[in-house]
Design a protein around this ligand. Structure first.
Ligand SMILES: Nc1ncnc2c1ncn2[C@@H]1O[C@H](COP(=O)(O)OP(=O)(O)OP(=O)(O)O)[C@@H](O)[C@H]1O
Ligand SMILES: [Mg+2]
Length: 473
């Protein structure tokens, strides 16, 4: 855009011979109309315009849209400061009058290259986005995961209250987010998560429902609770099993009436939230023990999504491992390494008490520590040891459904159990590790590894070459 017709004519002719499509505007109005109509890639903008400075026009343009045309500002001779100002305001480059056609050509050619790069970048990003949306952030094609995905698809659009169950690290929060993002109305609202286990009950209450100024000591100002923050969106109540009975009662009322009251307030505030809750505890047991209200439970689990533990869907492990390896490489700027066969074997065989989260952390650590061209077995930490399945007690609840969480106490018990069991077995074979491994259905190396882990390594020192257990040192 330039108000001098002659100079516009000259530029137009030149640019057309360089092979560009050119349109002209002599005023801000004309320019606005053209921009809207043609959505050009590049704009040559003279600073001196009738009525409005080119700089003002530039600022208007930049503030109205992030992906408008690149702008080359044309300044009068000797007004470098203006040019600097323009570039600061978002101009791509500048030309000072009078200029040679070669200067024009060069500046426009540079801009054209940038535009081309931008386009390629955009299409690449789109492609990644498309792939991601097809695959879903949610990885796993095992039967169990297909079922989970099917459930998500079925209920996401409804506003049904969903209870997500699964051991620690199975992806409960991820499911909750998917439910939110796949709801066309709510996804424009907020996804608000509250961890009910992380806060004492007095705090949970004000966290959820908010409070008025002066509601209690320290309530210096009104504060909106998570219910109000999630209005129009999704409220994710994590570790719902850890909620005190007082809060349970209030939550139930909020769910029934779809209204809340702030602490210290007497106004009933309507809220429109979709509730997704999660627990790693079998709530039925909590109900039986009198710790959880049955009526609240039924309210929360209108739909239940059960995520199977990772060890029950080992076929998902390779894809997860690959994805996490790539993510770690990107995140830490590491070379991208494939997961080697030996490492993959161990990953697939391991039981993953911490489920996907544990896998993710393990891979991340290994990716950082690894030095070879791929991830090798020795890049994995010692705990990733297969072969203890047969020793593990069954951990299903009365319905054969949910597994109990792997508490530290449970792990200790398991270790103790393994220690006794393996010791007995070794006594039986006279300390012959190979035979003991056969009986236990383990590889000899795995058993030796296990022995070291359990602190039994030194007790079964070699009797013959075959029964030798490597000492700890
Ligand atoms: N199917 C999956 N695909 C990709 N990433 C996953 C999957 N499941 C879990 N993750 C990742 O594993 C980690 C743990 O997931 P998440 O926090 O959702 O688990 P959780 O069940 O809420 O765990 P907790 O009970 O400990 O809170 C996250 O980093 C999550 O992105
Ligand atoms: Mg969680």
């Amino acid at each position: 855009m330039d108000d001098e017709e002659a100079s516009r004519y000259g530029m137009r002719r030149a640019l057309t011979t360089f092979g560009y499509n050119v349109s002209e505007a002599g005023s801000a109005e004309e320019a606005r109309a053209l921009l809207k109509q043609l959505q050009p890639d590049l704009m040559l903008l003279d600073v001196n315009l009738p009525g409005m400075s080119g700089l003002e026009f530039l600022r208007e343009l930049k503030s109205s849209s992030a992906d408008g045309p690149l702008v080359i500002i044309i300044t009068a001779h000797g007004s470098e400061r203006m040019a600097v100002e323009a570039v600061k305001s978002g101009a791509y480059d500048y030309l000072s009058k009078p200029f040679e056609l070669d200067d024009l050509r060069l500046v426009v050619k540079n801009a054209a290259e940038t535009i081309q790069l931008r386009r390629e970048n955009l299409s690449l990003r789109r492609r990644i986005e498309v792939e991601r949306s097809q695959r879903g952030a949610f990885i796993g094609n095992s039967e169990g995961m297909q079922r989970v995905r099917g459930m998500i698809e079925k209920v996401a659009e409804t506003d049904a209250t969903v209870l997500v169950r699964g051991e620690s690290g199975t992806g409960k929060e991820l499911v909750a987010r998917e439910l939110h993002e796949r709801n066309s109305v709510r996804s424009t609202g907020a996804f608000v998560a509250v961890n009910c286990a992380a806060l004492p009950s007095e705090l949970i209450e004000s966290e959820l429902f908010g409070h008025e100024k002066g509601a209690f000591t320290g309530a210096a100002a009104r504060r909106l609770g998570k219910f109000e923050q999630a209005n129009g969106g999704t409220l994710f109540l994590d570790e719902i099993g850890d909620m005190s009975s007082n809060v349970q009662a209030k939550l139930l009322r909020a769910l029934e009436e779809r209204k809340i009251e702030r602490l210290g307030g007497n106004e009933s505030i309507p809220v429109d939230v979709r509730i997704v809750s999660a627990t790693h505890r079998p709530l039925e047991q909590e109900i039986a023990a009198g710790n959880f209200r049955a009526d609240l439970f039924y309210r929360l689990r209108v739909v239940t999504i059960d995520i199977p533990p990772l060890r029950d869907r080992r076929e998902d492990i390779p894809l997860l491992a690959e994805t996490f390896t790539r993510a770690a490489a990107e995140r830490y700027g590491l070379p991208l390494r494939q997961v080697g066969a030996s490492a993959l074997r161990r990953l697939v065989d391991y039981d993953w008490p911490g489920n996907v989260r544990e896998l993710k952390n393990t891979i991340e650590r290994a990716a950082i520590m690894a030095e070879g061209e791929e991830l090798h077995s020795q890049d994995l930490p010692d705990e990733i040891t297969p072969g203890v399945e047969k020793l593990k007690p069954v951990e299903t609840d009365s319905e054969g459904g949910l597994n109990v969480p792997f508490t530290a106490e449970f792990r200790e018990d398991r270790k103790e159990f393994e220690r006794r069991y393996i010791s007995r077995c070794l006594e039986h074979t006279g300390g012959n590790v190979t035979k003991a491994a056969e009986i236990l259905g383990m590889h000899r190396q795995s058993l030796q590894h296990k022995l070291r882990q359990l602190g039994l390594g030194r007790r079964y020192v070699s009797v013959g070459a075959d029964s030798a257990v490597d000492s700890d040192e």
